[in-house]
Write a protein that binds this ligand. Sequence first.
Ligand code: GLA
Length: 727
Amino acid sequence: MAITFYEKNRLFKLDTPNASYLFAVGEGNYLLHVYYGAYFPDTAIAPMVFRSDYASFSPDAAGAPEAHFSLDVSMAEVSGNGVGDYRLSTVVLRYPDGTDATDLRYVSHRILPGKPALEALPHIYLQSEEDADTLEITMQDPATGVKFLLYYTVFRNLDVMVRSLRVVNDTDKTVWIEKAHSLCCDFPENNFDLIHLYGKWAKERSVQRLPLMQGIQSAASKRGASSHFHNPFLCLARKETGEENGECFGFNLIYSGNFSADAEADGYGGTRVSVGINPVDFGWQLLPGDSFQAPECVMVYSAEGLGAMSRTFHRLYRKHLIRGAWQYRKRPLLLNSWEGCYFRFDEEKILQLAKDAKELGMEMLVLDDGWFGHRDDDTTSLGDWFVNEKKLKGGLAPLVKKINDLGLQFGIWFEPEMISPDSELYRAHPDWCVQIRGREKSLGRNQYVIDMTRADVRDNLFMQMKQVLDSCPIAYVKWDFNRNLTEPASLALPPERQKEFFHRFILGTYELQERLLQEYPDLLLENCAGGGGRFDAGMLYYSPQIWCSDNTDPIERLSIQFGTSLCYPPSSMGAHVSTSRRTGYDTKAAVALWGTFGYELDTAELSDEEKEIVKQQVAFYHQTYDTIHNGDLYRLIAPEDNGFTCAWNFVSEDKKSALLTVVIMRRREFQTLIVRLRGLQADALYRCSATGQTYTGAFLMGAGINFSDSDMNSDGKSAVLYFEQID
Ligand code: GLA
């Protein structure tokens, strides 16, 4: 059992293979955090001190006047509001009398085998009840009777805990939730580095690592999507922690809407992490008998650096978040029409792409934007999900038949959450778009956002998509989302529920994606949001892959893919070879191989020589697929490490194969470049498929491979080496 409760000192101990997490029911039934860090066995439990240094400015905890302790200086498992803990609140309620003090006291707990199901929200699931146990703690506000359930799912074979919070109003009065974060995690020290992922369009998820400073640091979004700018991921690392050494604590919210991931270093030397739905622009009316479930937040512990933390996230997401038919099925190698054609195509052009794709060994043709309504540019037709017969005469079915007859599958692009002012749908239902009555609506990429909070809107979208998907065999859908929200309100919500809009919006999106997957269980979904504007764990629950970025330049992609991999598995990163500038096709493929791999170019522009190169790449993709998609990633040299090289290797789960990639971002004269692999079996013998040379794992990890030769000494050069174990 991964969860132990010690009756005598009312202490909970939660154990994963390498981590222990302790907290206790203290005086006044406050839930006090005790410890999170390296695992220690139960026998080592000595009386453990809660941080309780006391200052005259710190109020006594109301429920324990004699105990002489203050919430102000104690570590907490959950924090209310206005009752003496002045750091980040986990949950804040407003009551009918207008006040918002929120006090949470322990009432009871249950230890459950496995993990209870979560409705309406993406979540971690178990393969078997043996994978994890769950602790459910019931807390209550003594003044109002509102209950709070805290959940801790503790994995037995991974250093993972999954936490969430549920507010249950079983009182007879309506209350309003002003903040409901998913977790509070306190540390008794604050000499950490804070790592988070920031960016913008075409530069998503760059890594930033800075010393944690006094006060609150926050990565957040209020754009209606997790966004290009910040990601719902945060990591606290010890100063000495590097890629392969040292302690770090990773937090990732399974959510695609507005979030905040906050870290607060306080004056007493402690740190609090609080992650959840962004309380800005959020509120929730909770009627008597109602409850509210906050999204899940994953916590990963690593004592062996950031690399091990990432690999734990990757394994967890591959096995316990991504689901459905495509979880382990080999994904088709696709050619996407976007960068090759943009809006300029007709049936003939698409068929030519398909023929070339087939000849080059690809498996699917994806028709991107521009196939519907009368869309010839980005000013029209979103919402009119029927074929643009001016471009595709006779509709989709005959085209898809011809493509299928070639032996290729077919995929298509939708942007369901959007509506163009120039569309039949908008003319018929102007009230269906997100707006505030009496206020001018802001356009973004010439489009409005459709009101996903409404069931009638979702039904309409579902029926329109169904008509397309039933009209011919469609194996793949790319689901895009190309602008952020403004004038955030629904004409269908009453005033007292308008603050629920953002959360209801993303719940609506989740519901429609779920409905699609239920109807078409074999459909491969790829999420996308103007590139990687919604690359998060919430989306991974519905689609095993997400388009990583509209930036397909292989050199620029390096920092995007490195950053994304801090938390998300390479098998989930949409990555294509395109006609983007700078390097040869070899390096474009070397970088795209890190992710799902595919092509996004006009095949008519490829020379015969380039076509031969593509054919070889396709064969190489098949050879290395399993090592990349189901293996472990080792980041060897990050783009920011030395400014001129980047290197990484994959190792298959059974360590029988490995793939090493080295990219020269910028040429350096007379620079020694030795790259040492990681994660191999030291005493095994590996053969390099390109050279036939054999090496022991120990040699490859110790001495490494020398890339200092002149062949590698120019901008954009790369080397990709595949190793297989020999007996
Ligand atoms: C977004 C996507 C692209 C492409 C275009 C189409 O920018 O990220 O891949 O689908 O939309 O308009």
